[in-house]
Design a protein around this ligand. Structure first.
Ligand code: AGP
Length: 612
């Protein structure tokens, strides 16, 4: 996820572009750049690694760039490390086409090879440079207009994009093209604005167009002309934005956490698509060949917090699908243990930030012992990503709320892919079941959306728990792993004490804590364990517990035992965590809200724990 801006009008463009980018830094902040057409008609490009402030300093607040037409970008790296070279804007070698991009070009490798066969060279590792040069290629090949060139490129590109493009031969004009990634276009007093999100232009205009999928916009002289894929002009409605600036940054949600909960379907889709090719998983980009996967004897998953809880899910899923011994370790413990690693053990470090001190130290310990290491991280070029032997990048985009949601869900997809691929290459699952697993993963985003539709019921229930004292989460198998995450979510943002227990453990001590009214949240998605966990629920109920049952549609008998039930769609039970976690995220969110707490920035916590 990145932020893009564009401007054309009578004022100096650079300061306006920088101001817009400053409202989009939440979308990405590892590098930034501007391209402005100066008085001589030349397009000048300035880029900088790091936060936007570095670029602003480099251009003296934009004053060193003269010109009234330009585009800008603040980056969240997906392809290519954060660097000045990889920063946007990207341009064709002759400067004919310059562009910025938010999204993911899935077939950028094949397009890059096509362009190389046609004489193009590449200076960056980004998919964006490929898109810009593809537009240049079609512009020259068909000697047409920018709209023709962009149209041809849109037909060839697979993936998602919000593109802002300038052409050397079209001074004073900015062109926009969109598929999936957000973009709005604004107009006011002879000026045109383009941005990934409302906050970037709200200061200048509230009159915007929402450009649709596979549509092109031509911004010139305070007017936007729209075209469809056939190059025909289309009419669009001008809309007035009623949000205030802060609400706009959260896309109308009250908190980043709720916005990110709703971004989970996208995060799952983008992460899965990053390794999905023609209906099969391909981990070549991760660097793990099928031979290497076959050769693994053990897997050790090491992480902290929610990332550790992903590992807890992965243990059940990989063991069952790949028949491989899997252990999960807390990084803060792992790093000080006298480790016994098998020579063919794969150590998997899961980390959203890629900077967690304990996880980084664990990675180094594992490497010191000669283990092969795989990082599952959300930040390109982060320390853990750079030091691991192999990297599986999750595509959740920047996660702002301290309590992770979309990154957790993206990590789950990554470990499901690893499990399925291990099962396939080791022959522990049939090709048919492998295909079924892959297909079921593609259906998860829609099923998460269905869970989100039920959030009103959870808000109602959560409002009654604002004064809860001790909450218990119980589950078995994958449901126990989900309980761990549900309990952490509640603790970290509502400050209510809660614990997750393997349901079979209750009778070994914990059940003595159950009193009249104690809330017990029971996760029940694993059919083979259904009866067992229901009997655990009855044990708790007989001691006065208030029972919340979280199960899959169809398990309606649970209503005979539970006081409150919420359902999630059925899926392959290996993947149930991706659906069951959503009601628990929402429950934690609404309880925190009911307690009037700072949901996005809970006390004593940081988004990335880079110290021991
Ligand atoms: C989870 O909501 C917390 N933010 C925290 O437990 C987090 O998962 C943990 O600190 C690990 O962070 P990482 O994924 O960036 O390594």
């Amino acid at each position: 996820m990145c932020g893009i801006v564009g401007y054309t009008g009578q004022r100096q463009a650079a300061p306006i572009l920088l101001d817009g980018l400053s409202k989009l830094e939440y979308r990405g902040y590892d590098s930034a750049g501007l391209a402005v057409r100066n008085r001589d008609g030349e397009i000048e490009i300035v880029k900088a690694k790091g936060r936007l402030a570095v670029l602003s300093e480099k251009t003296d607040g934009g004053r060193t760039l003269q010109g009234c037409c330009g585009i800008g970008h603040t980056r969240w790296a997906t392809h290519g490390e954060p660097s000045e070279n990889n920063a946007h804007p990207h341009c064709s070698d002759d400067g004919n086409v310059v562009g910025v991009h938010n999204g993911i070009i899935e077939n950028y490798q094949e397009l890059r090879e096509k362009l190389q066969r046609n004489g193009y060279r590449f200076y960056s590792g980004t998919d964006t440079e490929v898109a810009v040069k593809l537009i240049d290629y079609y512009y020259k090949k068909y000697l047409g207009t920018p709209v023709d060139a962009i149209n041809h490129a849109m037909v060839r590109i697979r993936g998602s994009y919000a593109l802002a493009i300038m052409f050397k031969e079209y001074p004073g004009e900015v062109f926009a093209a969109r598929k999936e990634s957000p973009m709005i276009l604004g107009v006011a007093d002879g000026e045109c604005y383009l941005a990934s999100d409302v906050p970037a232009i709200l200061k200048y205009t509230r009159n915007v167009y929402y450009i649709g999928n596979m549509e092109i916009g031509r911004l010139k002289d305070g007017k936007v002309t729209f075209y469809n894929l056939d190059g025909d002009e289309i009419e669009k409605e001008l809309v007035e934005i009623l949000w205030d600036a802060e609400a706009a940054e959260k896309a109308g949600y009250e908190h980043f956490m709720m916005k990110e909960i709703h971004e989970q379907p996208r995060a799952i889709t983008d992460t899965l698509n990053s390794v999905l090719q023609d209906g099969a998983l391909n981990l070549d980009g991760v660097g793990l060949t099928d031979e290497e996967l076959k050769d693994i004897s053990h897997i050790c998953i090491v992480a902290c917090g929610s990332a550790y809880h992903v590992g807890a899910v992965a243990q059940y899923v990989i063991e069952d699908l790949a028949k491989l011994p899997v252990r999960v370790e807390l990084a803060s413990e792992f790093r000080y243990r006298s480790l016994l690693l098998d020579p063919k053990e794969l150590v998997v470090i899961i980390s959203q930030s890629g900077e967690t001190a304990d996880s980084l130290a664990a990675l180094r310990e594992a490497k010191k012992r000669g283990a092969s290491t795989l990082a599952v991280v959300n930040v390109v070029g982060s320390s853990i990503a750079r030091e691991a032997d192999h990297v599986f990048y999750t595509m959740a985009g920047p996660e702002i709320a301290v309590a992770t949601t979309k990154a957790y869900s993206a990590q789950l997809i990554a470990v499901y892919c690893l499990a399925a691929q291990l099962g396939k290459v080791r022959g522990t699952i049939t090709e048919e079941y492998y295909q079924e697993l892959v297909r079921e993963m593609t259906l998860l985003p829609e099923k998460v959306n269905k869970v989100l539709e039920e959030k009103g019921r959870l808000q109602w229930f959560a409002a009654k728990q604002a004064n809860a004292k001790d909450v218990f989460f119980i589950g078995r198998g994958v449901d126990y792993a989900v309980s761990l995450e549900g309990s952490l979510k509640l603790k970290e943002i509502s400050y209510i004490h809660s614990e997750a227990y393997a349901a079979g453990e209750l009778k070994h001590g914990t059940i003595s804590l159950i009193e009249d009214g104690t809330l017990v949240i029971s996760v029940v998605t694993q059919s083979a364990l259904f009866e067992k966990i229901v009997s655990n629920m009855v044990e708790c109920k007989s001691r006065g517990a208030q029972l919340f049952g979280l199960t899959s549609y169809g398990n309606y008998s649970i209503e005979d035992t539970a006081d409150f039930v919420t359902y999630v769609p059925k899926t392959d039970e290996h993947f149930a965590a991706s659906l069951a976690v959503v009601p628990l995220q929402l429950l934690a969110y609404y309880v925190s809200l009911a307690r009037g707490l700072d949901v996005d920035k809970p006390r004593n916590l940081a988004k990335s724990v880079t110290v021991e």
